[in-house]
Write a protein that binds this ligand. Sequence first.
Ligand code: F3S
Length: 283
Amino acid sequence: MEVILAKSRGFCFGVKRAVETVYEQAEKTGGDIYTYGEVVHNEMVVADLEKKGVKVLEDRVSLKSVVSGTVIIRAHGVAKDVYEQIETQGLTLIDATCPFVKRIHKIVEKESAEGKQIVVIGNPRHPEVEGIVGWCNNGATVIETVEEAENFVPKEGKEVCIVSQTTFNYNKFQYIVEIFQKKDYNVTVANTICNATEERQKEAKEIAASVDAMIVIGGRHSSNTRKLYEICSKECPNTYFIQTLDDLHLELPKSVRLVGITAGASTPNNIIEEVQNYVRINF
Ligand code: F3S
């Protein structure tokens, strides 16, 4: 069977870099390593790392109980006070925050220090957004919906600086920014959306449109994988959503000659390769 493998599949640049950092540290130190939050939302990767002595810290309270070792900050980044807490506790800090997220931290830190009111367009419950807010001098307003944007009024005489969660939808971001601009508020806008997700979706759509069957690999609860599945299903009726090779029960019609494969953001490469090899050899 001929297979087309999406180039932008699985881990994005930032997550790949963070996962590699954790593995490297685990090799080097042989344990006593913590990640602040799961380095990637993938049970298998987290379980594998646990075997190598890497534990996950859920929050500031669990961080408090750590007396020695290394704490790795994942790609999403964290608030400034978490860095301070790690240092105060005398722990080793390794920062694997994605450089694109770090850039947002720098922008909001500088702009809020200069007195601007920061608005983050994104999901207020997302750890990345919580981290960004934690780099603002006097907090920030998080706006997720068009309605919230319409109701927003800046503080008296304040300039506003708008940034975005890296994975926010670009069209929605533009729309919300226009609402601010129409109201004639004094705003500066930093488009901090990362195009990794969009690229992955665009390529998956193109591949799905040109193959006889499409396989989408990713966690059942992963919203970006579900989105990939939706996009591909529209282009290719033979689209399969699997977590690992074990879920793959392909019954392909004889006419199928070309299979496409893509994967959600938290799917490690070894799972993708396993599926790819299986399909190549067995069909
Ligand atoms: Fe990934 Fe960094 Fe973009 S974590 S989605 S490459 S902002």
